[in-house]
Design a protein around this ligand. Structure first.
Ligand code: HEM
Length: 450
């Protein structure tokens, strides 16, 4: 028997937009799901929207029916202004071609080539931490994690083509650009961004400044004999499966911009949560210290060490369970469909939330408790694969998951070799969940030498 999803009536004309735009949107969606079931239907202005809150249904949407649940949503349209057509935003055959060209370079074995870039950047960060520690100053880990993950992704893409000053320029542009993009995705009302305010005028200028840097490097690389094995070179060597042609300069620019945006704030936020958690869980921190001391001692990790640091991996995975960097995702329903037993109308949008699935009481025992052993090999096999989706799922699953895992484990391991990070007594750790899940007031710590 097919069921027509039910839900709140909302207000005339605007529907439930005030609920979805509020900081409490996830609580609201959870309570709607408690009342109306695994699929909730509501209105946003004139648009019909469903909220899907069961891993079977999310699996179906992202795998069996992935071509019917597309990225043709207003949020992705907003992101496209910055990224252009890239692996993240493209759809259909265009996406398939891009993904096939880029994917081989993100395989775990290929990512191993980037391990030294990662450890060099982390080493530089830790050298700065020595001074912060000596001076007894507070370290804002949210800033430090943003800086190191941006540096890693920039160096992974362009090796030494960007000087430290260039990277600083990129970082300076990035923060306001990311904030403005987040705002546009959370409040996708195009007329707001057409108002000729100073902020709105700045937006295309930021994009143009980054474009200048990226195109300059692509041009330089084409005219030099020196071809370092970085992601840019890998992308330049990639060919379109159908035509055999290399990616165009615009394609390269779009992929580079995508990796900048998709590949640093996500990892940085998860790492900030990790430091906040470890400072409050000394028994887990001790186990990490034991693993790191035993596997690495004082030496810098190499790619092969990643698989010998299973506890570090589990702690990072559990951090992403409770604080998934991408808490909610949208899709557009192209044509009428039956999802599970629910009938969904074509032309609607769908939302699903990693944050809520990761805490779904039917799939997680004591969901609010931080417990890395959920990711012990046997326990992990018992999990519903779509009750844990920090990297999404199906064919459009995150391309950078191996990259992010290795980077996070190396940051955790290398920082642990030298320091304990202790929250300052006045630290106020509260989540701010919008497009990302980040600590609202940051994660300030005092560094203690081990
Ligand atoms: C902890 C870190 C990360 C998290 C939690 C994360 C999360 C995600 C999620 C949830 C998606 C799926 C979006 C959707 O289905 O609508 C995605 C896609 C993507 N991510 Fe990541 N990501 C991370 C790191 C990275 C890194 C480091 C890179 C690249 C260097 C990257 C590149 C991409 C790309 C290119 C896509 C689009 C894939 C496609 O549609 O074919 N991500 N990511």
């Amino acid at each position: 028997m097919h069921i027509k999803p039910q839900g709140p009536k909302g207000y005339p004309f605007i529907g439930s937009i005030t609920k979805l735009a509020s900081a409490n949107r996830l609580n609201w969606l959870q309570s709607m799901s408690n009342t109306y079931g695994d699929v909730v239907r509501f209105k946003l202005l004139k648009r019909n929207v469903y909220f899907v809150n069961h891993p079977d249904l999310v699996k179906d949407m992202l795998t069996r029916s992935s071509s019917n649940y597309t990225k043709k949503t207003i949020g992705f349209k907003m992101v496209k202004v910055v990224l252009g057509e890239s692996t993240f935003t493209a759809m259909g055959d265009e996406w398939r071609r891009k993904r096939l060209a880029v994917q081989p370079y993100f395989h775990r074995k290929k990512i191993a080539n980037l391990a030294t870039i990662m450890t060099d950047c982390i080493e530089e960060m830790l050298a700065e931490w020595e001074t912060v520690c000596d001076e007894g100053k507070t370290l804002q880990t949210t800033d430090a994690m943003m800086q190191v993950t941006l540096k890693v992704v920039v160096k992974a893409l362009f090796s030494t083509a960007l000087s430290d000053e260039d990277i600083q320029t990129v970082a300076d542009i990035f923060n306001p650009l990311l904030e403005a993009t987040n705002r546009r995705v959370v409040l996708p009302l195009p007329f707001l961004y057409r108002i000729p305010s100073a902020k709105n005028k700045q937006y295309p200028e930021y994009i143009a400044q980054l474009d200048d840097i990226i195109y300059r490097i692509i041009k330089q690389r084409k005219t030099t004999q020196d071809k370092p094995m970085d992601l840019l070179q890998m992308l330049m060597d990639a060919t379109d499966e159908e035509t055999g042609l290399p990616l165009s300069d615009e394609d390269l620019r779009n992929e580079a911009m995508t990796m900048f945006i998709a590949g640093h704030e996500t990892t940085a936020n998860a790492m900030s949560w990790l430091w906040a958690t470890l400072s409050q869980k000394p028994e887990i921190r001790e186990k990490i210290e034991q693993e790191v001391d035993q596997v690495l001692g004082k030496r810098t990790p190499v790619a092969a060490d990643f698989s010998n640091l299973p506890y570090c991996q589990k702690v990072f995975k559990e951090t992403m369970r409770l604080y998934p960097p991408v808490p909610m995702l949208p899709r557009h329903v192209e044509s009428d469909d039956v999802l599970g037993n629910y009938t969904l109308k074509g032309g609607s949008d769908v939302l699903f939330s990693a944050y809520l699935l990761h805490r779904h009481p039917d799939f997680w025992d004591q969901p609010e408790t931080f417990n890395p052993h959920r990711f012990d090999a046997d326990a992990e096999k018992q999990q519903h694969p779509y009750a844990y989706i920090p990297f999404g799922g199906g064919p459009r699953m995150c391309l950078g998951n191996n990259f992010a895992m290795m980077e996070a484990v190396f940051i955790l391991a290398m920082a642990t070799q030298r320091f304990k990070l202790n929250l300052t007594p006045n630290a106020n750790i509260k989540p701010l969940i919008s497009l990302t899940t980040r600590p609202k007031y940051g994660v300030p710590v005092i560094l203690e030498r081990r």
